[in-house]
Ligand binder design. Structure first.
Ligand code: FES
Length: 70
């Protein structure tokens, strides 16, 4: 699993294979990648709907890889 903090954007989760993502009040999404809102302005929280672009959200980015413990 890879987690990427998109600069000025969402938290992107990338998995191996498709997963179901169900959010509070948001739609259920089935995908191998999903973006979670960091700006607080999405209309489909906890998912990102691209609103961060229109409100001028700014924040740093980063990346994290998760692997199972052996
Ligand atoms: S980060 Fe995209 S809508 Fe909030």
């Amino acid at each position: 699993m890879k987690i990427t903090v998109i600069p000025n954007g969402p938290l992107l989760i990338e998995t191996v294979g498709e997963w179901n993502y169900t959010g509070t009040g948001g739609p259920t999404k089935k995908n191998d990648r999903i973006a979670f809102c960091r700006c607080g302005a999405s209309g489909v929280k906890p998912f990102c709907d691209g609103t961060h672009r229109t409100i001028g959200f700014t924040a740093g980015g980063g990346e994290c890889h998760l692997t199972p413990r052996e």
